[in-house]
Design a protein around this ligand. Sequence first.
Ligand SMILES: [Zn+2]
Length: 247
Amino acid sequence: MKNSDRKTGCLEGRWCRDLRIEKTGSMTRLYSFSNLKRQFKDFLNLFLFSINQNKFDIYFLISKFMFLRHQFLCYRSIAVICFGISDIEERIMRIGMGYDIHRLVAGRKLVLGGVVIPFEKGLWGHSDADVLVHAVIDALLGAAGLGDIGQRFPDTDPEFKDISSLKLLSKTYEMISSKGLTVQNIDITIFAEAPKLLRYKTKMQKNIAQAIEIEQDRVNVKAKTFEGLGMVGKGEGMAAQCVALLK
Ligand SMILES: [Zn+2]
């Protein structure tokens, strides 16, 4: 919400084309100059106090003229106006991109999207080396402006040795939530020559959706090969990329 923005929104149950919002520190004033019935002109001066506490946006609206005289009306108005404000307030969309690659080695479990997949090799890394989830974490951190996975969960920290990457994803979700951001959708592509991953995709989507507390249909997993080319194509490693949209 920019200072002095003019918006269309709902005020006192009526749609108004000329709402003006002014924000000073934690206090926001809302004015309307048109489309109001005369009997509601007392509502022209409303004070909106916005308190941002972690993931909660709490709004208190007080009509200084109507509060004592028409308490019921005022409560009704408060509800209507709160609703209107959330309609007219613009939330900025933020996009993030993540990429990761890991080497395949013998004697390790292969974990992708939190699913343990039977295979002759596994990905090498400090954690469970879940390349797919690492790409998701980087996309989320990038969108939120919170750096990258190496900064947040360094591979020199014994706390993260062999940790499930889904736990790191949950911690990432807490970080972005504390900035008041929610995940709109996630699109992931995994690059692996073998094994075939089709049968595991639904479970991967479910695991990721649970870790970041969104509906499963907001997480999409695609799998590709490298057509025999390069490190991935020769079966020496796996890579993943992810795009995430936050609001
Ligand atoms: Zn990684």
